[in-house]
Design a protein around this ligand. Structure first.
Ligand code: 5RP
Length: 230
């Protein structure tokens, strides 16, 4: 079964969590896109939901397909967020941000009663960190922030390249106007300690470790759907 089919299967399963009248957080990425496509079909059939998109990219797809949108200003409390992930561990701690939307994704997930992650089963790992951890940083003081991240990582026995994410010859710029450093630290034994250490650095806007946010992970594989819960 190809990756796209698995993403569609996970997205279809996530739709069973969506009820009429819900206020949804709508994630970003290729798996979240499949969810939007399936949601749009249900909306055309009369499902009444409203969504807060986690990126301009997702907002554009929702508009194109007729999924009604709102903002967190208008609708600050959400019932359910459905989003993809780059890595999921057995406790449902995540690495997110491969698509560069981690800041809005985390704000939206935190404003939701429940976050459901959708992915193909290759995203499930014993320990996070093979996927480089995205760290969203302010443009101001980039070099100083980079050194501070390296020192914080080193205090936790972590090291590895911090790579400025690029789009062609230009730095990738997030929807919030920030930059992303992808941190290739390898296995992260203590995600909570790293989260705290990164949050203590002034130039760090947010990082892609999602702790205590996901409640359900729907993982699609060739043998079917596996659902993990916390
Ligand atoms: C975007 C994300 C995505 O959810 C993550 O990168 C997974 O994307 P995909 O479903 O395309 O594999 O965090 O910031």
């Amino acid at each position: 079964m190809d990756a796209k089919t698995l993403k569609i299967k996970a997205a279809a399963e996530a739709l069973t969590y969506v009820e009429d009248g819900m206020r949804l957080g709508i994630g970003t990425g290729s798996t979240a896109d499949e969810f939007v496509r399936l949601l749009a079909v249900r909306v055309k059939d009369g499902l009444d939901v409203i969504g807060v998109p986690t990126s301009e990219r997702t907002a554009a797809l929702c508009r194109e397909l007729g999924v009604r949108l709102t903002t967190l200003e208008e609708t600050p409390e959400l019932d359910l967020t459905i989003d993809g992930a780059d890595e999921v561990d057995p406790e449902l701690t995540l690495i997110k941000g491969g698509g560069g939307a981690l800041l809005r994704e985390k704000i939206v997930a935190a404003a939701s009663k429940r976050m459901v992650v959708i992915a193909d089963e290759t995203k499930l790992v014993e320990a996070l960190g093979a996927f480089p951890l995205p760290v969203e940083v302010n443009r101001f003081g980039l070099a100083a922030t980079k050194i501070a991240i390296e020192r914080a990582a080193s205090s936790l026995d972590l090291s590895g390249p911090l790579t400025l994410r690029m789009t062609g010859a230009e730095p990738f710029v997030t929807d919030g106007g920030h930059l992303i450093l992808d941190a290739s630290f390898g296995r992260i034994p203590d995600t909570r300690a790293l989260s705290l250490a990164l949050h203590a650095i002034p130039g760090v806007v947010e990082h892609g470790l999602f702790l205590d946010l996901a409640r359900v992970a729907i993982l699609a594989g060739a043998d079917g759907i596996r659902t993990l819960t916390t």
